[in-house]
Design a protein around this ligand. Structure first.
Ligand code: FAD
Length: 495
């Protein structure tokens, strides 16, 4: 396994920590430049290190010099220009739900640029069917507002109650209804972003154009390594929950579940919710009724007649297979209604970590239909064979939750008891498990990350992931961030 430790870098700035803070105070009012120790340490990491940090208050990465709470695009431009001119590392932040180390401040005296106060919904355009909001708009709040008007973004990541527009675009996020509505890259219309030299760029809102390459994709998924996203326009759709049809089956085999989903998608059906859970993973979601089986779940939506017809076609396809048993759709509807994670679930997870020294993490990958079963089998087999603390694993499984004409994702989930010091947990458990899944997926020809972004713990494989196309990625970094100040250590191993 080729994983090396996350690298800690000395500051490259000639300015001392105190001078950095002074420089920021020349740009922003005092109350927007935060330097108290508690805030600094909480802003030095994200949920990748949730066990030592949230669980036990152990923060081992360099604390940033300051957290700045920006309130406008112009403020972002001034702050970035100052950081760029003085070679100070910038870590963009909005909803703070990152799971892959993207928020870790691995350079000493970094500055965290927090856009969560930029939460204005600028325009809901009911004719053009699009909404424009600042980077700090919480998706859940936006969704509530739109629903009250009869619309939806169609974007429903599990982190919806907390994730914000800037972070959602920066990580190429995807929601639970993606097979119908698409992922954020399908929803985004236009975007405003600030580059490290302070240049403000705005990509206009049009339905499509062929005016050269699609430059939105320089910004979508940049994980704060190229620019700071300040404003986002996404599509809206009619909200018709009353037409939703839920379906579910117990099935006897994960491979069969993947075959069924493939047949449904290849037939041209687009159920918004479209998932298969392995036996182990099904247990944590459907323990009351899954009886040791895998579980298939679907929802169809749209106009009532269309949703109904699509559900009937899905039933026909699934019930051609042996070893499937239909369940009450209410079970699926109730489960789905409680799938999102707000602060209450995060608090409950923290309490459980502390009390019971155990934890769950995930690694999400993708592959074509031709290799996805091999990825599933190989990842599970590799962990069972090579993971040094297999006795501590209490659950190892996966589900497919986002499907496409040519393939699907696998979301590996693993729970374990922790028998080491809190600060050693990521090295002993999380990093090796994550690495094994990444390695086996790449070996089989899949992608090492489907929707959480690369963050700071898959960078060892960024070149392998991209192959000869890494040339393009590297040029983007050198062109847009020549002083290498944007979120060092994310996406690029040696940026
Ligand atoms: C319980 C839970 C469930 C989740 N479920 C899903 C899911 O269903 N689908 C999914 O895709 N993800 C999911 N995630 C991951 C996470 O929520 C997403 O990656 C989300 O898009 C991050 O948004 P955020 O506003 O919290 O960003 P943050 O956590 O603040 O930042 C995420 C990354 O984006 C960068 N960034 C943030 N703001 C900006 C900006 N304005 N400009 C440039 N870069 C920026 C940061 O530097 C960091 O690298 C889940 C996370 C949790 C904790």
């Amino acid at each position: 396994m080729k994983w090396k430790q996350v690298e800690i870098h000395e500051s490259r700035s000639k300015l001392s920590r105190e001078e950095i803070v002074k420089g920021l105070l020349n740009i922003l009012p005092k109350e927007q430049v935060i330097t108290d120790e508690q805030t600094l340490k909480e802003n030095s990491c994200d949920r990748f290190r949730k066990y030592p940090s949230k669980g036990f208050g152990i923060y081992t990465l360099p604390y940033p010099a300051a957290v700045v709470k920006v309130k406008s695009t112009e403020e972002v431009a001034k702050v970035l220009k100052f950081l760029n001119e003085n070679k100070i590392n910038c870590v963009p932040r909005t909803g703070s739900t990152a799971t892959e180390g993207g928020l870790e401040t691995t350079v000493k005296d970094s500055v965290v640029v927090d856009g969560s106060l930029m939460k204005k919904v600028i325009k809901i355009d009911e004719e053009a069917m699009q909404v424009t909001g600042e980077c700090g708009v919480i998706l859940g709040d936006l969704e509530d507002k739109l629903r009250s008007m009869g619309y939806t973004t169609g974007h429903s990541p599990q982190s919806k109650p907390q994730a914000q527009l800037g972070g959602l675009v920066a990580t190429r996020s995807i929601g639970q209804l993606s097979t119908y509505y698409g992922a954020i890259e399908d929803m985004i219309v236009g975007v405003e972003a600030v580059f490290p030299d302070g240049t403000i760029t705005r990509i206009k809102n049009v339905p499509r154009r062929s005016a050269g390459p699609d430059i939105r994709h320089v910004i979508v998924g940049n994980e704060g390594t190229l620019c700071y996203i300040t404003e986002v326009t996404i599509k809206i759709f009619k909200y018709m929950p009353e037409n939703m049809v839920y379906l579910g089956w117990k099935i006897d085999d994960m491979h069969k579940g993947l075959d069924i989903i493939r047949e449904i998608i290849v037939s041209g059906l687009r159920p918004s919710l479209c998932r298969v859970y392995s036996e182990e993973d099904a247990h944590q979601h459907f323990y009351a009724w899954h009886e040791g089986k895998c579980v298939l779940t679907f929802a169809t939506e749209g106009l009532a007649s269309v949703a109904k017809a699509a559900s009937e076609e899905i039933i026909k396809i699934v019930e051609k297979y042996q070893g499937v048993e239909r369940v009450d759709p209410k079970l699926i509807e109730n489960w789905f209604s409680n799938l999102c994670w707000g602060q209450d679930k995060i608090d409950a997870e923290t309490a459980d970590m502390k009390a019971n020294h155990r934890l769950g993490y995930t690694t999400e990958v993708s592959g074509t239909w031709a290799v996805i079963k091999q990825i599933y089998d190989n990842c599970i087999a590799r962990i069972k064979k090579d993971f040094a603390h297999m006795d501590d694993i209490t659950m190892l499984g996966a589900h497919s939750s986002h499907s496409y004409q040519n393939g699907t994702n696998l979301y590996f989930v693993y729970d374990y008891n922790i028998n080491c010091k809190p600060e050693d947990e990521i090295n002993e458990y999380h990093i090796p498990l994550n690495a094994m899944i990444v390695e086996e997926t790449l070996k089989a020809g899949g992608s090492m990350c489907h929707h959480h972004g690369i963050g700071k713990y898959r960078t060892e494989w960024t070149k392998e992931e991209h192959g000869s196309a890494y040339y393009i990625l590297e040029k983007l970094k050198k062109t847009f961030d020549p002083n290498d100040i944007m979120n060092k250590g994310s996406i690029f191993r040696d940026n």
